[in-house]
Design a protein around this ligand. Structure first.
Ligand code: GUN
Length: 281
């Protein structure tokens, strides 16, 4: 069994982005710039935003930070987005989710210019992904493809089962795996015989948000197992994935740990999306 080291692979991606950003600055005088907006003071979101700003610093991007109070109105937020859409020195705009309840998440996503939507959440980018055209791809699914490719795992022709159908992970990941010529199944909470469906998978991807739900009896001998879950144990405070690592690692050929698997790739791919926005690739 091989452990896929997401920390190491994300570091490689960030170092590649860093080198390209330096070149862009030197050859064209362009400094890549990401605007990060956080509304309210959700502690988990504060950590994510801090890590995104730290990553910008590491790869040599400028980051603009907007930490707005909980009471910020939708109108005020949309005005800020509009200003950033029209600022040509800004290449990426990211509004950390979730936004407070009085703000309509869809209105926020729709307001971000698709050309600066480095999260890949805008319907236009989702549509481009669906028809196989260039556009920004959601960072976690894009990171999973990189983990597989950089571990020399063949995707073409493989049975891929994704458990979870979110707009951010399950659905875009299914489209990406299809683009890589996998045979793709999306399973979810209403799927019948989930164990049997999962057991068909050569590549099993768990993105459900239920701690240790995927036990060894969901896994075919020799399968590749990717764990997208980030669950915090109520008693110990420790992070754990959707996969029961101890049991499943006995049976699979490759597995991603939590933490240190998929998680670090999300920010690395965000940096890559910002770079592509600035270079126009
Ligand atoms: N909240 C949880 N994950 C994400 C993400 O990838 N992007 C944004 N903007 N918010 C999130």
């Amino acid at each position: 069994m091989n452990i896929i080291d997401g920390k190491l692979i994300s570091q490689q991606v960030k170092d590649e982005v860093k080198a390209k950003a330096a070149k862009l600055k030197e050859s064209k005088g362009i400094e890549v710039c990401l605007a990060v907006i956080l509304v309210g003071s959700d502690p988990a979101s504060q950590v994510y935003v801090r890590n995104k700003k730290k990553a910008c610093e590491y790869v040599g991007f400028k980051s603009l930070s907007y930490e707005l109070p909980e009471e910020t109105t939708q109108e005020e937020l949309l005005q800020l987005i509009d200003k950033l859409n029209n600022d040509e020195t800004v290449h990426g705009i990211l509004v950390q989710m979730p936004v407070p309840e009085h703000i309509d998440e869809k209105a926020v996503i729709d307001a971000i210019s698709p050309r600066k939507d480095v999260d890949g959440f805008h319907p236009m980018n989702v549509g481009e992904l669906c028809i196989g055209e260039p556009g920004f791809v959601s960072c976690t699914p894009a990171g999973i493809i990189q983990l597989l490719k950089r571990s020399n795992i063949d995707i073409s022709g493989k049975e891929c089962v994704i458990v979870g159908r979110s707009n951010i992970v399950g659905k875009p990941l299914a489209l990406l795996m299809l683009r890589e010529n996998a045979t793709v199944t999306i399973a979810h909470s209403k799927t019948k015989n989930l164990k049997e469906v999962c057991k068909r998978a050569d590549i099993l991807i768990a993105a459900v948000g239920k701690a240790k739900m995927i036990t060894e009896d969901y896994v075919k001998e020799g399968a590749v197992v990717i764990d997208v879950g980030i669950n915090r144990n109520q008693d110990t405070g420790k992070l754990c994935g959707d996969v029961d690592f101890e049991g499943v690692s006995e049976k699979c050929s490759y597995i991603t740990p939590v933490p240190g698997g998929v998680g670090p790739m999300t920010i690395a791919m965000l940096m890559n999306n910002c770079l592509e926005s600035a270079t126009g690739e």
